[in-house]
Design a protein around this ligand. Structure first.
Ligand code: EPZ
Length: 424
């Protein structure tokens, strides 16, 4: 298991290019299973979660190849394999988005239940509710979801839950509905850019979808879908992480290849914290101020500030003098980074679904432990800003969602070394 040794105190300077979005790529890969013929997905980042999804697809008899230019070629075949096994699903909860495509294309799906997760309970009741409404029979048995349907029938489905809609649940129902008979209307659909990207991809495959990006998606089922070509959208969470990296280190970084319109709430928030942002379509120049301003930030479903940037923004506010409050309304328990940031001298405590921060300009280095993908990113950010030498254990979490992150930060002037260690 690798760790990062980070020498803090170096302002980041230069340019960085954003990779393709992991959270868009995973449902696209699952959807490719529904097409007749080969699909080519360009710009898919080379990450651990993408490799896990590739392994799952191969388990299902799908041919997956990465070309030297980073395009994934996916050819489904039709061999009737329907099981996504626990061994792979437990490595990545997003495996659950195979449920809809398998059910629609192969009439049956056996997908291991993803189980608990450090960012919260993460139920999948809304996925199952949506697929049942389309006519699937669903049983939970031996830790597996067993879903079957000789034919899916379009239906009206409300996908709202206690914390808003569900991103992957919307993907699952939208994908299955593409091959259902008749019209499906998803009310309280998730609006994330990743849903819009999936809808555009499915439309290229021959699906008929209207309203993606709004809370009401209308899908008219078609008898079959075909392979196609598609370029995945840029990763808005990676772009936001680089914004915070520049701001927290007192740097000046230009981020290229992003979609600023996907980050309106983040741009507004980071500006409120006092950071100078110059945006222009696919580019954002981030210049840190002399002092950061304490703020109140609430993570909400899109178009709000994403929960996937909550930990990183919390780390930034640790350096803003005054009192800040960060609330997560999507995953109210996603605060594993709080205890680790405290080890670095942050004055921060959790109260319900909020973190209350008494900011101070200096952080000090300490050995810390990464707990999940975005919390790991927050620790890397804090470590780059801290005085001294921070060791971050268990950084395999960060490899799930950020490609070669230490190299890319080092190109901007960070000093991060990946070290192999035997750690329990
Ligand atoms: C997606 O997860 C992302 N994952 C997550 O990113 C992201 O944090 C999350 O959306 C929210 O934006 C992928 O796209 C692969 P949800 P998802 O269903 O779809 C509750 C990262 O760091 N809920 O939108 O699984 C749920 O508990 C990852 O890259 C139900 O109650 O999240 C949460 O409170 C982590 N019942 C809220 O809805 C359900 O059936 C939103 O979850 C499903 C969800």
């Amino acid at each position: 298991m690798d760790r990062f040794d980070v020498q803090g105190g170096n302002p980041l300077k230069g340019e960085v290019h954003v990779n393709g979005a992991k959270n868009a790529a995973l449902p696209l890969m699952a959807a490719a299973l529904m097409g007749n013929g080969t699909t080519r997905l360009a710009g898919i980042p080379d990450l651990r979660d993408i490799r896990t999804m590739s392994a799952l697809l191969r388990e299902l008899g799908v041919d997956v190849n990465r070309t030297p230019d980073g395009t994934l070629e996916i050819t489904p075949g039709d061999n009737g394999r329907i099981e996504a096994p626990y061994e792979l699903v437990r490595q990545m909860r997003a495996s659950v988005c195979l449920l809809g495509p398998l059910l629609a294309r192969r009439k049956r799906a056996r997908v291991s239940l993803p189980g608990g997760c450090v960012i919260g309970v993460r139920p999948i009741d809304l996925h199952l509710k949506g697929l049942s409404a389309l006519g699937a029979e669903i049983e939970l048995e031996g830790g597996y979801i067993d879903a079957s349907a000789t034919e899916l029938i379009g239906s009206e489905i409300y996908l709202g839950g206690p914390h808003g809609s569900t991103a992957l649940g919307t993907c699952n129902v939208m994908m299955a509905a593409c091959l259902a008979k008749g019209r499906t209307i998803i009310e309280c659909a998730a609006c994330e850019p990743e849903i819009v990207d999936l809808a555009q991809f499915l439309t290229k495959m021959g699906a008929r979808i209207d309203g993606a990006g709004s809370h009401r998606i209308v899908i008219d089922g078609v008898p079959e879908l075909h392979g196609t070509e598609h370029q995945v959208i840029p990763d808005r969470i990676e772009a936001g992480t680089f914004m915070v990296a520049a701001a927290i280190t007192g740097g000046d970084v230009t981020i290229r290849g992003m979609r600023t319109e996907h980050l309106s709430a983040v741009i507004d928030t980071v500006r409120r914290i006092g950071v100078d942002l110059e945006t222009d379509g696919d580019t954002c120049r981030v210049r840190a101020p002399d002092a950061l301003t304490a703020s109140e930030v609430i993570a909400l479903p899109y178009p709000g500030v994403p929960t996937d940037l909550q930990a990183q923004i919390t780390a930034l506010l640790v350096r803003a003098e005054g009192i800040s409050v960060v609330t997560d309304k999507v995953f109210p328990d996603r605060f594993m980074h709080v205890a680790e940031l405290s080890r670095m001298g942050a004055q921060i405590r959790k109260a319900g679904s909020s973190a209350i921060i008494v900011g101070q300009p200096e952080l000090t280095a300490a050995p810390v432990m990464a707990s999940d993908l975005r919390a790991s990113a927050a620790l890397v950010l804090a470590a780059m800003a801290a005085k001294g030498y921070t060791i971050i254990h268990r950084i395999y979490h960060i490899d799930r969602g950020y490609g070669r992150i230490e190299q890319r930060l080092n190109n901007l002037g960070a000093r991060i070394e990946r070290v192999q260690e035997d750690y329990p």
